[in-house]
Write a protein that binds this ligand. Sequence first.
Ligand SMILES: [Zn+2]
Length: 450
Amino acid sequence: MGTVLVAGGTVIDRGRRSQVDVLVRDGKIERVAAGIRASADRTIDATGLYVLPGVIDVHTHPVYVDDLASLPVTAAHGGVTTVVHYAYAKPGTGLVETLRSFREEAERVSILDFGLHGGLFDPKRQSGEIPAAVACGVTSFKMFMTYAKLGWMTDDYQLMRTLDLLRRAGGMGMVHAENGLATDYLEDACNEAKVDPVDAFVRTRPAALEAEAVGRAIAMAEVAQCPLYLPHVSAARALDVVAAARRAGQRVYAETCPQYLTLTNRDLLEKKALLKIGPPLRDDADRKALWSGLAAGALDTVASDHAAKDKRVEDDFFAAPFGSPQAETMLQLVHDGAVRGLLSLERMVRVLSENPARIFGLYPMKGTLTPGSDADLVVFDARARARIEHRTQHSRASYTAYEGRDVVGTPVLTMQRGEILVERGELRAKPGRARFLATQAGRIDVRELS
Ligand SMILES: [Zn+2]
């Protein structure tokens, strides 16, 4: 594979920023030092640019219009080098057979290294397979506390039981935390009263019901002594519940997503079905609280919840599916927040790369530019002005949630294991190079995350 020298850039890694060169040999970081004079097979001039560990996106859904092949492509264009996909085992299917088929397919078609989360739609029947799934390298398992009408909801009996099984198997629980039965009642009441479905959407999924479910999941995880990861935290008051558990030393990790940091329920009124996501977009005070929580360490990670769909503003809102394309714009949007002083660049790297690697046990192979680590990096031009437009995105979704938004900063090169995947917008990687990553989720003490 040979050698690559990334020269003259500013490396931001492990809470520090330094003017150093990065020498890569055979896919691994060999040296990080100032003024490396080595003849390399290829030298990348990073003068005036940032060199960051590649983004690790631990929340992706490769089962809609972006699949196991195309999701990594759009993500890599945005500086992502590793993805952890949700592999949903639908009722009537086995957990291990689902994980196997995701793994086999991704190894064939993906350009990015990947891990998997198991998704339990029927824990009563599927939880028994958790030890076998852990033996296959999958250690994080998601359940839904909501979507009761869709038949996806796990009740408290099965949630408690599964967290107990997870602790014994050495796994980590994950929940979509919203109170499903309360939401279903509110939705029925709104439908009966013929409330506009867009208005009803926010009203039927209030922050109080997210905070309640977060608190309930944390309580059960405490009793089970099982680590818990909360994807897509969207409400300030949910964050308060998380913070209290963490102060007590409980292993509760919290994620938010770029959409909750950059959009609000006012955008939903305008873009309607395009921004139908769960939990819903909240108000501006929540949005600001998420940035503060991210900066202060109350939230550990930002991940995309990329679930690309074909949707139009005028679609029937009630019938429209949940989800939006997010992976390609995530680094740009978080960086844009950093430029506005909402968090430091050092912290940005931690929440996008180092912390996800630590929480899922991929560190220091991933999530840092340290000798011996995989050479997964992104060269980022922090001064370039960019306009986000659907026509320049690489997702197969029919839109971007950020059409016309101007941001500062754009990735110019994405490298994984020493191989250039994307350079100045050109895709270089071929499918079939991906490696499956066995995770070891939930082992790190929350106080060791910074
Ligand atoms: Zn999701």
